[in-house]
Design a protein. Structure first.
Length: 332
């Protein structure tokens, strides 16, 4: 799960002049979180039932909470015939895994479960070194094979968890649905993973406020920075909402796929922008694991990805600092 409360849609819900398109807004709950859809349109027919149908379809593919989903069938067996949703997500995940040398890895599920952050939560504390070593034997994106429409595991015990990418993917799917209905100006937010297209009701890029956690790990307002998005997506990952403390150390829900350790670095959040939400969502956890300086260097070395990042972190003195990539706050 992501730090969903970090992103607030700041566009004002105004109706434009008579005869022009009006701002339509609807919201609800899906995928264990909230969703908000805003768009400019002339049709008074609600698209909410269609959007909620999309959520249910994606859940049947990728939800770990739905017993008969494709992802659960794969995790219990040896292979599965992928639908288009799983195929797209797995392809993107493997691409990001290769580029980040395994810092993003959907086979991390056994480690997530071991640390107590999975579907079945527990508070047993830090796992033993032996348990981590044993679990790491089935965590490696290279243990997955894609053959046509088949997803195949090379080793028994391999399981996948697409929660680090699925909500961004869902935002993109809803966005493509709106485009298919002739809607060009919209903002879709699924649990803090947003995709923006065109302009808002004031003819300006969509505005998204980023809040900054306080010294006490609670949110304070007003928002510290404004992103103006046009044909761009944004995702946020943070370590200050899901964690446990043990022996004076805070262990967060972000798990390092190569070491098996829960993250306990100085990063509070990272907000990532990209051309689409699946890309932004896939890279935010990897950029947390890379750290501030290495993360910004990674972005500079891969300009074709068109990534931007905004880090909130604590320095050596415990002071909250911010650092971001060049042009991060420029209007897209």
């Amino acid at each position: 799960m992501k730090a969903t409360a970090l992103l607030l849609i700041c566009s004002v819900c105004l109706t434009v002049s008579a005869g022009a398109q009006r701002l339509v807004t609807f919201q609800g709950k899906a995928q264990g979180t909230y969703y908000i859809v805003k768009y400019l349109g002339e049709d008074s027919i609600s698209l909410q039932p269609d959007v909620e149908s999309i959520f249910r379809e994606i859940d049947r593919s990728l939800s770990l909470y739905l017993p008969g989903s494709l992802i659960n069938r794969f995790n219990k067996g040896q292979q599965v015939v992928m639908d288009d949703h799983m195929r797209t997500v797995v392809k993107k995940a493997q691409e990001v895994s290769r580029l980040t040398n395994g810092l993003f890895d959907i086979t991390v599920k056994p480690l997530v479960d071991l640390w107590g952050f999975g579907v079945v939560r527990h508070s047993k504390g830090q796992p033993s070194a032996a348990d981590i070593r044993r679990t790491l034997q089935v965590v490696d994106y290279r243990l997955l094979t894609v053959r046509s429409r088949y997803l195949i595991k090379k080793k028994s015990g391999v399981e996948i968890d697409c929660n680090g990418i699925a909500q961004g993917f869902t935002s993109d799917v809803v966005g493509r649905f709106l485009l298919s209905r002739g809607i060009r100006n919209f903002l879709v937010d699924v649990g803090g993973e947003l995709v923006a297209s065109g302009l808002n009701a004031q003819g300006q890029p969509w505005s998204v406020g980023i809040e900054r956690p306080s010294e006490t790990d609670s949110l304070q307002g007003p928002e510290q920075a404004i992103l103006r998005l046009k044909n761009r997506a944004v995702a946020t990952s943070g370590n200050y909402r899901r964690f446990f403390d043990e022996g004076g150390t805070r262990f967060a829900h972000t798990i390092h796929p190569r070491t098996g350790q829960a993250v306990h670095n100085n990063i509070i959040t990272v907000t990532v922008t990209a051309p689409d939400a699946i890309t932004a969502d896939a890279y935010d956890n990897a950029l947390i694991l890379l750290g501030v300086d290495e993360g910004l260097t990674f972005i500079a070395r891969h300009p074709k990805l068109q990534l931007g990042a905004y880090y909130v972190y604590k320095d050596e003195d415990g002071k909250i600092r911010e650092k971001y990539s060049p042009g991060f706050f420029a209007t897209e």
